[in-house]
Design a protein around this ligand. Structure first.
Ligand code: RIB
Length: 316
């Protein structure tokens, strides 16, 4: 079976607590609200692409506990192919999130995600080989990402690596094997050890990675948009101005949406524009996956926000 997109990565149950303030060490404080939601960078990206209509496979480890069972059920109900999802020995990954106003602090507990070792990928060679695009992040071990990049390279399948959360120990030779590398400006600065205060500096840092072999560097620069740099091209795709209520998971929605539009045949520039427009909608809604609309819901939501996507949307 072939897939448009295979996401190899994490799934985390978000344990979100609205707080008035963080407790001091040793202190107990009451908090006004709590809710649980499906998150984790890999799963978020897979979910966004699937919401838009892509045929998505996930390679991931859910926990052997109640949360793991819930997550597996959620993947299936979302139409994501779970042939590459297995049950680990540990409990499911969780992300306790503390939300104060429009700021949030997140703790990541990898749980079963730490059991997604390079060897596990050997069982899923066929899924990797028969994908149009492999999408990776850094919420699983870097060694697993490296093996995924090597396997995809062997089969000529392009890879998109989203280096979040940042990890200073990433091997640049593996980064150089990627078709798409999509850091934010901070992650780009940490990898290249170059200044990233101005657009020109960001361009110079991105070109350094292109010179090393990355085909396309896509730098997300918050409200300024996304900068695409390749060997002979530089383009700043502006973001859409909206009133944001919650930016959690917005970066993941951008990666998932770009993967969808690109594998559906859009050129990179158009796919980036549509991914920006998708991410803009998600920040106006609460939560990560709960904020990701389907392709059918998208046009009305964008019209309401005054987002004018003049090129026809793939899958709408
Ligand atoms: O990028 C947002 C995600 O990061 C959240 O879903 C949370 O689970 C953390 O992994």
């Amino acid at each position: 079976m072939t897939h448009d997109i295979t996401v190899i990565g994490s799934n985390m149950m978000e344990l979100s607590t609205d707080i008035d303030r963080m407790p001091k060490l040793g202190e107990t404080v009451a908090a006004p609200d709590f809710h649980m939601a499906f998150g984790g960078k890999g799963a978020n990206q897979a979910y966004a692409a699937s919401q838009l209509g892509s045929n998505v496979a996930m390679i991931s480890k859910v926990g052997s506990d109640m949360l793991g069972r819930e997550y597996l059920k959620h993947f299936k109900e979302s139409g994501i192919d779970v042939a590459g999802v297995s049950v680990g020995k540990k409990s499911n990954g969780v992300a306790p999130c503390f939300i104060q106003g429009n700021m949030n602090s997140i703790i990541i507990v990898q749980g079963a995600n730490s059991e997604l070792t390079p060897d596990v990928l050997e069982d899923y060679r066929d899924i990797i080989k028969n994908s149009k695009l492999i999408v990776l992040q850094q919420e699983i071990s870097l060694e697993t990402d490296y093996r995924a990049i090597e396997m995809a390279h062997e089969y000529g399948v392009p890879v998109m690596l989203n280096p979040a959360p940042a990890n200073d120990h990433i091997d640049i030779q593996h980064v150089a094997m990627c078709e798409f590398y999509s850091p934010n400006e901070t992650e780009l600065g940490r990898l290249t050890k170059m200044p990233i205060d101005t657009i020109d500096q960001i361009k110079a840092a991105a070109h350094k990675l292109v010179d090393l072999g990355v085909k396309n560097v896509i730098v997300t620069i918050g409200s300024r948009g996304a900068l695409w740099v390749s060997k002979d091209h530089e383009e700043l795709i502006p973001s859409y101005k909206v009133d944001a209520v919650d930016s959690i998971g917005a970066g993941d929605s951008f990666v998932g949406a770009f993967s969808h539009y690109y594998t559906q045949g859009e050129d990179i520039s158009t796919a980036l524009k549509h991914a920006n427009a998708y991410a803009a909608v998600t920040v106006t809604r609460a939560g990560s996956q709960t904020s990701y609309p389907t392709a059918k819901e998208l046009p009305a939501l964008q019209r309401k926000l005054g987002i004018d996507v003049t090129d026809e949307l793939v899958g709408a």
